[in-house]
Design a protein around this ligand. Structure first.
Ligand code: FE2
Length: 214
């Protein structure tokens, strides 16, 4: 078992698992039939199936082991929209992220050697999932997450999150160290933020966004 989630055994995680294809079609069929909350059915791309949920690059690099096998987590995150009560807010991803404990040492070792550091695992009209390797000293600019917000989870090492007042002249509100296993949620109603790694060793975090209701 390469990925330490609380889900099924590794053998059932495969993107090529036929039962998964069937389940995904059921899930996406539900969305197509009932619409997607405050979105319209037209917002859902019917071409999105289990086989093309991941970006081509993520699928390719996962197959080579250059990115940890997060297929099941990605599928579970996307499947949260298959719920009549889904708020179309990043908060709905928290139960899935909570089950993602950590990446195996072997997978992480390979990933840390990957020269690319920002990996878009999913990017469609409902959800964006990004896996980031934060080398020491790497930092993001101050930015916001309108509407649906963002949740993130630290999978390796520690990162630092700086929160700012939202608006045209952001003022620093807080600085927090987020250690392995920590999760956070933010949207523009709360604050803007910047994330970085001021520490001496690498860090890895998973970020999940949704554009929210239209
Ligand atoms: Fe962010």
């Amino acid at each position: 078992m390469k990925t330490t989630t609380n889900h099924q055994p590794r053998g059932q995680h495969s993107i090529f698992n036929s039962s998964l294809f069937v389940e995904s079609k059921k899930a996406f069929g539900w969305i197509s039939a009932y619409g997607v909350g405050q979105h319209s059915a037209a917002d859902f791309n019917p071409s999105s199936t289990a086989t093309d949920l991941l970006t081509a690059n993520a699928k390719y690099q996962m197959a080579l082991g250059q990115i940890p096998d997060l297929w099941q987590v990605c599928f579970d995150l996307y499947s949260t929209f298959n719920n009549a009560d889904a708020p179309f807010n990043a908060l709905q991803f928290i139960p899935v992220l909570r089950k993602l404990n950590s990446i195996s040492e072997a997978e992480m070792e390979l990933f840390l050697r990957n020269p690319e550091t920002n990996h878009i695992l999913i990017h469609n009209e409902l959800i964006k999932v990004v896996l980031i390797h934060w080398h020491p000293g790497k930092t993001s600019g101050i930015h916001g997450h309108p509407k649906g917000g963002c949740v993130f989870k630290v999978l390796y090492g520690s990162i630092e999150e700086m929160r700012y007042t939202s608006g045209p002249s952001p003022q620093l509100l807080s600085v927090s160290k987020c250690e392995k296993g920590a999760m956070g949620y933010i949207d523009d109603q709360m604050a803007y933020h910047a994330v970085g790694n001021p520490f001496e060793t690498s860090a890895v975090s998973l970020h999940v966004y949704t554009p929210g209701p239209k």
